[in-house]
Design a protein around this ligand. Structure first.
Ligand code: NAD
Length: 507
């Protein structure tokens, strides 16, 4: 595969970008290997504190200019970025697939999400509205408005190596902020490609250096961002362990966080489910992206009357799965991100067995010429109990737990009985069950679906989860408010100065 416009064939790639200008890093060497075939994609030196400081200073200066540009004009720049992603959709989708390991369809889908969020942000750039209120004082007008925050730090995970940045950056940009992106060190070239793609748009529109910044590095760069008082908002996507550290660091300085962390998502299958929809939703949810979506279906909560039927249907469906090179569109399941992820998959299977879990479809690490990267695993299914320690955890791999229930209240209690609260769904044609699931007594997750699996959110809705998923909301609806500061304004156009609450203060 040839990505030579974005990745040098020899030597180290620049790791830092301030829009149209690139700089090499002087930190540690980061090689990127494809989990697809184990080949080296390229390498770069991570940003050191010196380059980091240069970027933040440029971002601070750029903000002073960018915040003055009318929001619809900022939206026009974002619109052109969306066009640039359209132009490069195939190549970028292939790179996402090759560096991260997701199927080509999902790689292209990820770029489509970037295009969609650009479109959404363009419309939003004319709708950053506040409310007006009636003042209790005569001759007064009261309203609220939203202003940009400044620098938005974006820390992203490997599994959505481009889309998560765009969800944050495109909204933050139309709101008048400047961005500093620290991508996952496991997928640096996807981030570098994105910055190459938007460079021509920034240049054409004379956008100052420092509005869109990229700083590639390891967790230390994330720690610098979290501790930096010059950065009012940190949006961090990744594991709950990472989110707790970032929240503590940013909280220490009373900054704001937007946290998108781990999930442990479940589908409830009730006796009134359309089983065809339920099985398709469950299988795609469990094995899509090789189980490496934050919204991957990890638990199936099945009514006891259907349990055996669902088991057999799942076994048959898993038997049809084709595992292999994700760029080959015949295959359903690609590799895990690296061999450390494979070790965690094996450890989870062993832990499940040690707690009493029985495997309906056994897990395995696949070997042979097609699996030379050592990252391909067999999606597996275990019969388990809700309280198993391993069932309570997110294992970022295609490991699905089957749990049985008797009553709908019990099913909802099992669904909610984990520390995470991202995505959930119920498969039922029964209105009472569906509405109960969506009621305050139902799912405690940020996303609750009916007759749709747990993964595959659209950008129009606010995306995020509760509890250890971190509470953040990104992308659609009114998520933009997280990227702005609200100001309440009261204007007195009368000839006196009455005080609120009727307080008298005569001098
Ligand atoms: P990770 O937590 O290992 O890393 C995520 C990012 O955080 C990386 O850029 C990493 O360098 C950085 N980081 C790590 N430790 C840090 C620290 N102490 N301070 C600052 N930055 C730090 O996660 P991952 O393995 O890349 O991604 C998988 C995880 O991400 C899963 O738990 C998945 O559920 C979660 N995720 C959540 C969402 C969501 O929207 N809720 C979306 C995608 C992924």
């Amino acid at each position: 595969m040839n990505f030579s416009t974005w990745i040098p064939s020899t030597g180290s790639s620049p790791a830092i970008c301030t829009g149209t200008h690139w700089m090499p890093g002087t930190g540690t060497l980061i090689p990127s290997y494809s989990p697809v075939d184990g080949k080296k994609i390229g390498e770069l030196n991570s940003a050191s504190k010196v380059e980091y400081e240069i970027v933040i200073e440029k971002a601070q200066t750029a903000f002073l200019h960018w915040r003055k540009m009318p929001a619809p004009q900022r939206g026009e720049v974002v619109r052109q970025m969306g066009e640039a992603f359209r132009t490069h959709k195939t190549a970028l989708g292939q790179l996402v697939s090759y560096e991260m390991g997701k199927s080509l369809q999902e790689g292209l889908g990820e770029v489509q999400e970037m295009i969609d969020i650009c479109d959404f942000a363009v419309g939003l750039s004319r709708q950053l509205y506040g409310l007006t209120m009636h003042s209790e004082r005569p001759g007064h007008r009261m309203y609220e408005q939203y202003h940009p925050l400044g620098i938005v730090g974006i820390i992203s995970a490997f599994n959505f190596p481009t889309a998560v940045w765009s969800w944050n950056a495109m909204i933050a940009l139309v709101c008048g902020n400047v961005c500093v992106w620290k991508p996952s060190e496991k997928t640096p070239f996807c981030a570098i490609a994105c910055h190459h793609i938007i460079a021509s748009v920034l240049e054409k529109n004379s956008v100052p250096e420092g509005v869109c910044n990229l700083v590639v590095g390891g967790r230390e760069v994330g720690e610098w961002l979290a501790a930096d008082v010059r950065i009012p908002l940190i949006s961090a996507t990744g594991s709950t362990a990472m989110g707790k550290k970032v929240a503590a660091g940013v909280g220490q300085r009373l900054g704001r966080t937007l946290l998108e962390l781990g999930g442990n998502n479940a589908i409830i299958i009730t006796p009134d489910a359309d089983l065809d929809i339920a099985i398709r939703g469950a299988v795609f949810g469990a094995v899509g992206t090789a189980g490496q979506r934050c919204t991957t279906t990890r638990r199936l909560i099945i009514h006891e009357s259907l349990y055996e039927t669902v088991k057999q249907k799942l076994k048959a469906a898993y038997g049809q799965l084709r595992i292999g090179n994700p760029l080959d569109q015949q295959n359903h399941v690609g590799p895990l991100i690296d061999t450390d992820a494979v070790k965690r998959y094996i450890a989870a299977i062993e832990a499940c067995k040690a707690e009493g879990g029985r495997f309906l479809v056994e897990g395995a690490v696949l070997s042979g010429p097609d699996f030379s990267s050592g990252c391909y695993v067999q999606p597996c299914i275990a019969e388990a109990m809700p309280q198993y320690r391993i069932v309570q955890e997110e294992t970022f791999a295609p490991l699905l737990y089957l749990l049985s229930y008797k009553t709908i209240d019990e099913a909802i209690a099992i669904q909610n009985g984990v520390p995470q609260g991202l995505s959930s769904s119920i498969m039922t044609l029964n209105l009472r069950e569906a509405e109960l699931f969506l009621s305050p007594e139902g799912s405690d997750c940020g996303i609750a679906n009916v007759n749709i699996g747990t993964s595959g959110a659209e950008i129009g809705g606010a995306f995020g989860g509760e509890k250890e998923t971190g509470g953040g909301r990104e992308s659609g609806s009114d998520s933009w408010k997280a990227y702005m500061r609200r100001q309440t304004n009261t204007i007195n156009y009368s000839r006196s100065i009455p005080l609120a609450q009727g307080i008298q203060f005569d001098i």
